[in-house]
Design a protein. Structure first.
Length: 122
C-alpha cells in the first residue's frame, strides 16, 4: 500500500471539506455541496485503499459506501440516505445543471460528511 496515496486522498478530502465553508460564505451552496460530495468520496476512497489496497474508480458515494466493510459507515448511510441523494445530485448538478440549495441542505450534508470522517477514524 502506498502510504503517500492514502495521505494525499485524506489531505484532499480535508481540503474539500474546508473549502465548502468558503463556498457558503460566498452564498454558493451548490458548489459547497459539490465540495462536500468530493470530500466524502475521497475520504471513503482513502479508507477503502487503506483496508483493501485499492478502491473503485466510481463517482457515486452510495456505491463506495456499499463496498465498504465499515458498519459505522453503513449505519450512517441508512440514517442519512436523503443526504447522500442531495450530495450525488449536487455532484451532477455542479457539472451539468443549475440547482439551487440553501443553508438547510448544506448544514445536514456537512453533519453527515463530518460523521463519515469520524466513522472512518479521520
Amino acid at each position: 500500500m502506498s502510504i503517500r496515496l492514502h495521505e494525499e486522498l485524506v489531505a484532499r478530502a480535508k481540503h474539500f471539506l474546508k473549502v465548502s465553508g468558503f463556498d457558503v460564505s460566498e452564498g454558493r451552496y451548490d458548489i459547497a455541496l459539490f465540495h462536500l460530495d468530493q470530500a466524502a468520496q475521497l475520504v471513503v476512497k482513502a479508507y477503502l485503499f487503506k483496508i483493501f489496497g485499492d478502491f473503485p474508480r466510481v463517482h457515486s458515494l452510495r456505491d463506495l459506501i456499499e463496498v465498504s466493510d465499515s458498519i459505522c459507515l453503513k449505519r450512517l448511510a441508512d440514517e442519512f440516505w436523503y443526504v447522500i441523494d442531495i450530495l450525488e445530485d449536487a455532484y451532477l448538478g455542479a457539472r451539468y445543471f443549475v440547482r439551487r440549495y440553501g443553508e438547510r441542505e448544506y448544514s445536514e450534508a456537512r453533519k453527515f460528511v463530518e460523521e463519515v470522517f469520524r466513522c472512518l477514524g479521520i
